[in-house]
Design a protein around this ligand. Structure first.
Ligand code: 13P
Length: 239
């Protein structure tokens, strides 16, 4: 499977900078065919990104079917804007917006009804590190009964936005647990302070199939380097 490099812009960038960045990403994409590239912008830039890239992700989706839910964005709306993938269970949604397993299950159901592929996120907090296996096993429950294609992102909460990535070996040991639960065909991304400096060693791990990049995806230079490293590694030029 090709490595997948996904940019999670979170709640960043204005329209001008989002437009410039996605154009730059498209230029690089035209030179790199051995890496899958995906961008997760804010909802208000989804159509813009979808007009440039063929793989576009939503950072969130409503748990409800269309109707009187002021401020919400339904899976159908996302689909009509060209969205192909959506994050579900990101730690910021779990912790800041108190999304429970029940809510995540409803979101998965909405996505499935329109054929958007979820990227289901799991990851332990610092306090949970000594029991990471049981935390991850518990968090995976909503996706285990999902009977359509999906991707997993392992993002240790203590590594997100801290500059302190997991070591490749530690990440691999969790990816191996996840793979044993979801089966061999499912792609598993690593996320949490991924940069051009640590990506290569992460990609060398057998169960790390790509990266979900936050901060380092917001600047053309760093994201371009990340894409080039993934491409060269895939070519066998960086072993
Ligand atoms: P950072 O790369 O900024 O640590 O963010 C990771 C993340 O949360 C991606 O979804």
């Amino acid at each position: 499977m090709k490595p997948l490099i996904a940019a999670n812009w979170k709640m960043n960038l204005d329209l001008t900078s989002a437009t410039q960045l996605v154009r730059q990403i498209n230029l690089i994409k035209n030179e790199i065919s051995n890496v899958d590239i995906m961008v997760f912008p804010s909802h208000c830039y989804l159509s813009l990104v979808a007009s440039v890239l063929n793989q576009v992700g939503a950072q969130n989706v409503s748990e409800y079917a269309p109707g009187a839910y002021t401020g919400e964005v339904s899976a159908e709306m996302l689909k009509s804007c060209g969205v192909t993938h959506a994050l579900v269970g990101h730690s910021e949604r779990r912790h800041i917006f108190f999304e429970t397993d029940d809510i995540l299950t409803k979101k998965l159901y909405q996505l499935k009804s329109v054929g958007i592929v979820p990227i289901f996120c799991v990851g332990e907090t610092l306090d949970q590190r000594n029991r990471v296996e049981s935390v991850i096993q518990h968090q995976l429950q909503p996706i285990l009964s999902f009977d359509a294609p999906y991707i997993i992102a392992y993002e240790p909460v203590w590594a997100i936005g801290t500059g302190q990535s997991s070591t490749p070996e530690d990440a691999q040991s969790v990816h191996e647990i996840i793979q044993s639960m979801v089966g061999p065909g499912v792609q598993i991304l690593y996320g949490g302070s991924v940069t051009e400096s640590n990506l290569l060693n992460l990609l060398k791990m057998p169960n790390i199939h790509g990266a979900l990049v936050g901060g380092a995806s917001l600047k053309t230079e760093s994201f371009t380097s990340i894409l080039n490293i993934a491409s060269k590694y895939e070519q066998g030029a960086l072993i």
